[in-house]
Every structure is written in structure tokens, then in C-alpha cells.
Write a protein that binds this ligand. Sequence first.
Ligand code: ARG
Length: 402
Amino acid sequence: MGNFRKVILAYSGGVDTSACIPYLKNEYGVDEVIAFAADLGQGEELEPIREKALLAGASKCLVDNLIEPFIRDFAFPAIRANALYEGRYPLSTALARPLIASRLVDIASQHNAEAVAHGCTGKGNDQVRFDLAIASLSPELKILTPARKWSMSREELIIYGEKFGIPAPVSKKSPYSIDLNLLGRSVEAGPLEDPFSSPPEEVFQITSSVEKSPEKPEEIEICFENGNPISINGIKLDPVSLIRKANSLAGSHGFGRIDMIENRVVGIKSREIYETPGLLLLIKCHQELESLTLSSDVLKTKMNLERQWSDLVYQGFWFSPLKNALDAFIDQTQSDVNGTVKVKLYKGNANIIGRKSESNSLYISDISTYSEEDKFDHKSAEGFIYIWGLANRIWASVKSKK
Ligand code: ARG
């Protein structure tokens, strides 16, 4: 009997998480490692991943298709929140972590495991997200984190793995660290570590370069109901198909690439390349529809809270009281967000060219127009401005007397 009878490991099939299996058994004294791999629409075959886990010494490898809950319960709330970390990153990687963590916790309880484990390093955000999510869902559950303990380079990890029957990666070694799911790809490391070096084209997989994108612009319409995208070009789509469609439309026109320096939770600045065509497009359209349908004060308050929502999700607080409270505010606003946004995709851009809402538009032509249909009472403006500026005029006259 070792120190731990049974541990559930979040498993991706990569070099690090594979090495975790023998490491947990040998260095942590775990008797049985059950690997858990989540299908989040990354487009990888999961059968080879299962085999790899078994080869590495896992007693079994559970595979779950989580694409639907991922999009419905994580991506769509992010669209409703217009979530962009530091104004740019739509959290494609960050959103997956609380879902994986919640499955880990469920599986641990079903299998009566004493601990869960992940292969995140001590430098990244993902360890924070896993640890905090797991702790929020199951405060007593132990979390084992081999990659925070070992000090092995990638090469050393491969050699270590080989000792335990894990075959070295066959494909030629990519210099990049990549995370992917249906929402997009996050790429870092290798030549990208120099913030001034431009990303080589090979970094991009799901968006076209501007050069290779179609010479003809494409106009599309996206319809929203209660803040959720429901159809593209009049065709109703379930959430997963809708994201796929948005990815292919935006991606083919070269929209959705982000090159940024971002501030990690642990205090490190890192250079990241993202490809998140569909998610970015949907957020952009959703923002536009809100500008038409939400009142000015709600809109401005929501904008402030959106920043906070994005920070919370980035920083690992998906399951937290403040996030719950912000969700309640956001959800309350979304019953008014119904309508259609028209957008032109062309050469790396997605330009909004129209918006409408039959039931919720607060744009009233009689009031907004400059034509003779104008119903706005111009005379009232005088009294309004007199009072609006009163405090300022008092201040100015006192100052001028001094
Ligand atoms: N920086 C992003 C985030 O914290 C992505 C990290 C994903 N990992 C990677 N290997 N690129 O959400």
C-alpha cells in the first residue's frame, strides 16, 4: 500500500501529463492512477490518447465528450459577458479549465479516489484555475501536482517517460506550447518568446492569412436570442454547430488572430498568439447588439463588470461568489438582447455593417432623426443644460473672482 490508493489525473496525452503517471506512482506512492481525458473539440483522436495512458501505467483512461457543456455553459456565458481579458483575449483556454476540474471532482467521488492530479507547471495560469476550481467544488480533496515538483526539461521528461514505456513523441518536435479546443488555439514559447519577432505563419492553423483569404468580401447575419447566438444567415444552429460555423466563416477570412503580451496571474508577462475566430466574431456582434438594446446606464455598468468577470475567469475564480453575483447581473440584462447583427468579413476584418432588434431596439427613429419627422423637443435642451452644468458654472465663477 502506497500513500494514495487511487488518484484521478487530468490527462491530455502530452509529454508532461504522460510522465505524471509513472511519477505519481513512483514519487508520490500512488497505487492506482486513473487518467481522465476530455474531448473539448480539439479535433484530436482520443483513442490513441487512451492507449498512451494505459501504456504509461494508468489502470484505465476515462474519456468524456464535453463539447456541448463546454460551449453551452462556458463559451456562451463568456459571449454574454463580452469577455475579453485585458481587452483582447477571449479566454478560450481559461474557460475549459473549470469544466475539466468539475469532471475531475465528480470522477474522484464516483471512484472513491483520495486525490486528483494535473500536469500544469508552476509558472502558468492553468494550475491556478485547476487548483482554485477543485478547491471550490471539493475543499477537502487533495491535489497532486507532479510538474510543480519535478525539475525536468522537456528532453529529460521524454527520457524519463521512455524508462516507463512511454514512447517519445513521433512527430518532429514543435518548439511551441499549444493548447487547443473548439474555441481556438493558444500558442506560446519557441521563437514567440521574443516579443519583437513576428509569428511565423506555421503558428496558425485555423485562420487564413490575410494574403490567402478570399478576394471577395462576405456579408453574414448573426441572430441572438436572450444574448445567445442562435442562427447564422437565417439558419438555426445548436451551440456547438454555431461555433463551428462561426470559426470557419471568420477563420477563412483571416479574422481572429491575436498577438499580445499578457499578464499572468503569477506575475509573469508572456507573449501569446491566439486564434479564436468564431468566439471573437460572436463577442463583437453581441457587443453591437447590446449597444442597440441596452439602456445607456446598464450598458456602461455592464462594461465595467465585464472586465471584472474576465479577470475572475482568467484568474481561476469561475466558481466564486463574486462571479455568481456578476452572472446574475449579466443574465438579468440579457433578456433584452434579441436581434440580428450584419457583419462584413474581409481580409482579416469583421466589420459591423448593420444591427436590428424588433422587440428591444432602443433606437427610436422619431427621436434620433435629423429629418422633419423629428419628435425631439429641442427647447427642453436649454433648461436641461442649465441644470446639468450648474455646479460647473458656480465653480468657474468662484474661481474667476479669486
Ligand atoms: N495564456 C493563456 C491562458 O492563460 C493560454 C495558456 C495555454 N497554454 C499554452 N500552452 N499555450 O489562458
